[in-house]
Design a protein. Structure first.
Length: 389
């Protein structure tokens, strides 16, 4: 049997990982500034996280949500402490798409309404409602097409106000990535997030912050929404939550009431996933990783801004993007092939940096030196080819 070929892959077999380094089967070290798509929050194979999972594995890995699972309550307590949302409620699932799927369903149950406002270039996942709220026609199957989701321009206050004036009483939820990830690291303005908050309050709609990529300390604050000093009604989380162990969840404001059977999952919140997630939170807190993410992110961004070839350097903390001009368009490919550095991309020309939150200054400096070398090499190649013509 062969694998269903849906992923364009690099011909690299990673067999070992530690912190922000990974090694292939030939022993070549790569620096990981991508975190396997923002997933690695506390560094690969962090010893505390490994120990937490190992110990839990010897006790019990899974039993269904039909029994008491105290480790879920332990996770909720720690998450409340670290996020500052201790009056919120936690529902656990397995991935980012599922988190958004449940958030959207819950908003509809809560309001009794059917319309959802999403934004252009949004990515919310690949399950039914999450993909319908994703602005990429190529991944929306005909069965997922719906006129219940409206896409408005990102950061356009007037368009949002106009829409609410027209149809605000039908809106169940507004879902937004406070920093768009797949869309290319686009930061929502504080004014825009505050306007969403005000309109949701005014019209009785639910504000969903999709913090799957930008949350969990990545920006230097637990949630990126905190930069705008607004509270969402539901926060969706995944990626960094398990540091590679699959787990997702939503934080739900106290005014949204649960009912038995309203949401549910077989695997969500299993003992092993909770142990992994607790391991992550314990490391985030013991190693002060939010402050480190902010400090190292600021340093990295300020160094990137000194490179005139890189355009529009943006982001918060360790969620950074910049545009790569046409003349050095092979930069990302060369970083991987020649310098052995993984970075992320966003179409058409954005490099995304999403490293573990405990990345060291030494690794950042190694990356900056490699970046300078590759930019120089690409520019020299271009000049040489122009001279030859
Ligand atoms: C903002 C955002 N939401 C949701 C998702 C979907 O998460 P998952 O792939 O875990 O389903 C992603 C994944 O990239 C994401 O970036």
């Amino acid at each position: 049997m062969k694998l269903f070929d849906v992923y364009p892959i690099n011909n690299i077999n990673i067999v070992k990982a530690e912190g922000t380094s990974v090694w292939d089967d030939k022993g070549v070290e790569y620096i990981d500034l991508y975190g396997g798509h923002a997933v690695i929050s506390i560094g690969h194979t962090h010893p505390h996280w490994v120990k937490r999972i190992e110990e839990q594995l010897h006790k019990i890995a899974f039993y269904s949500n039909s029994i008491e699972i105290p480790i879920q309550k332990e996770l909720a307590k720690k998450l409340g402490e670290l996020s500052g949302k201790d009056d919120y409620q936690l529902f656990l699932c397995n991935s980012g798409a599922e988190a958004n799927e449940n958030a959207l369903k819950l908003a509809s149950f809560h309001t009794g309404r059917k319309k959802v406002v999403a934004f252009q270039k949004a990515f919310h996942g690949r399950t039914s409602l999450a993909v319908a709220a994703t602005d990429n026609k190529a991944i929306v199957a005909p069965v997922n097409e719906t006129d219940k989701i409206v896409f408005l321009p990102f950061n356009d206050e007037q368009a949002l106000e106009d829409f609410f004036e027209k149809a605000g009483s039908e809106v169940a939820a507004v879902i937004i990535e406070p920093i768009q990830g797949v869309g290319g690291i686009t930061v929502a303005s504080a004014d825009f997030l505050q306007l969403i908050r005000n309109l949701c309050d005014q019209y009785g709609a639910v504000f969903i912050a999709d913090e799957v990529q930008c949350g969990y300390g990545r920006t230097g604050k637990f949630f990126a929404t905190n930069y705008a000093s607004v509270n969402a009604d539901i926060y969706s989380m995944a990626k960094g939550m398990g540091n590679g162990f699959p787990i997702g969840g939503i934080l739900i404001a106290p005014h949204i009431q649960p009912k038995h059977g309203m949401l549910g999952t077989t695997f969500g919140g299993n003992h092993l996933a909770c142990a992994a997630a607790l391991g992550v939170l314990e490391v985030l807190s013991a190693e002060g990783l939010l402050a480190k993410a902010k400090e190292n992110g600021n340093y990295l961004m300020s160094e990137l801004r000194k490179m005139p070839e890189l355009k529009n350097v943006r982001g918060f903390g360790l969620m950074i993007g910049f545009d790569v001009p046409e003349e050095i368009k092979d930069l990302r490919k060369n970083l991987l092939q020649k310098q052995h550095i993984f970075t992320g991309e966003a179409k058409p020309n954005v490099i995304r940096l999403l490293p573990a939150l405990n990345i060291s200054r030494a690794i950042i400096d190694r990356f900056l030196a490699a970046l300078k070398a590759e930019i120089k090499a690409l520019k020299e190649t271009k000049v040489a080819s122009e001279l030859a013509q």
